[in-house]
Write a protein that binds this ligand. Sequence first.
Ligand code: B12
Length: 218
Amino acid sequence: MAEEEKSELYQAIVDGDFDVAGEEAQTLVDNGLSPTEILDNHVIPAMGEVGDLFEEGEYFVPELLMAAKAAQEAMAILNPMLKQAGVERQGVVVIGTVKGDMHDIGKNLVAATLEGAGFEVVDLGCNVAPEKFVETVRERAGEKLLVCMSALLTTTMPQMKATIDLLASEGLRDKVKTLVGGAPVTQAFATQIGADGYSESANECVALARELAASWAA
Ligand code: B12
């Protein structure tokens, strides 16, 4: 985002100013912006800059945490709006950030967006072991199930494969569709580990999830 385009919300997230972030998100809503616009043009780019500052050694973990809290304050305003849509029920999404990984902002965004798009969302939180995904799938067997996994660390990406492999060895692989995402995840990685889908963003994830859910009826 060019310097002159940076909004107060963007700046509040980068500065980790969480009170202001919540207020500014509300102001943008009051000004008529949709929650998706606010996420795509303000919250997500601001977290991108925070990541760059961390990489450059300008920011350390405390600044990351403050920025994450500010982003969450903004999302607390936006989430109910994302969930409001009230469309036809599409299937059940079992979602979590994989074992060893505590990053949950992107996962929460994907969960809220899918919920808004008509999916029932079972959110297992972060640091979710393959066994936990499998246990939940077993509990919900027989429904249109999408297992969505998020990873933000290159070191935790192998947990996605471990989960898919465990679903297979437990005889559950063909009962679910698996979707993976998170900043370090790519389509090539998704294909390599045998996932059914990958998407770069929460928005694209909806189209993909709908497509996969529709394949049950086909
Ligand atoms: C905020 C943050 C944190 C916060 C997390 C707070 C929280 N509650 O989530 C805190 C401070 C806790 C943290 C800790 C650490 N972090 Co950190 N963190 C970040 C940061 C700055 C932003 C992540 C974020 O929220 N992005 C915004 C969201 C909206 O984007 P997203 O998660 O990518 O999600 C989008 C898509 O990827 C996609 N998506 C996400 N999940 C899914 C799932 C599915 C199924 C689909 C389809 C799509 C999808 O949709 C989302 C919306 O469009 C990133 C930098 C970056 N640019 O990514 C580093 C980053 C991920 N962290 C990093 C590191 C190293 C760490 C620590 C190891 C630091 C440390 N030394 O302690 C710890 C690890 C803790 C752990 N065990 O998990 C590195 C990872 C490097 C690597 N190669 O693995 C990064 C890349 C920073 C960097 N440039 O070095 N971090």
